[in-house]
Design a protein around this ligand. Structure first.
Ligand SMILES: [Zn+2]
Ligand SMILES: [Zn+2]
Length: 103
């Protein structure tokens, strides 16, 4: 495999990279499978298609997952509000609704 911090080839059993001195899977700059440079936020390598491993990357994914769920929760709420607003406009005084749309 390749060191994810410096991109040098290291042994699959290596606990530490002999080139830069960090754990080979602790970096986020290179693919551990092909050694090519990757985006530090990338989940997959664009060159060889493997899932990029590493402590730092996996915690970032969990963090992003939380915000993704949060945003989709907000969007779901907005989508539910639109038909409710339309029904309100039809069954009650429609003037306020179309006045609001015009603004
Ligand atoms: Zn290294
Ligand atoms: Zn790769």
């Amino acid at each position: 495999m390749f060191c994810r911090n410096c991109g040098k080839e290291v042994s699959d059993k290596a606990e530490i990279c002999i080139n830069c001195g960090v754990k080979p899977l602790n970096g986020n700059k290179y693919c551990q499978n092909c050694g090519s440079e990757v985006n530090s936020n990338a989940e997959l390598c664009l060159k060889c298609g493997v899932r990029l491993s590493g402590v730092i990357t996996s915690s970032n994914i969990r963090y992003a997952g939380f915000w993704l769920r949060f945003v989709s929760f907000i969007i779901d709420g907005l989508i539910l509000m639109i038909p409710v607003a339309i029904i309100n406009a039809i069954f009650s005084d429609a003037g306020w609704f179309f006045g609001w749309i015009a603004y």
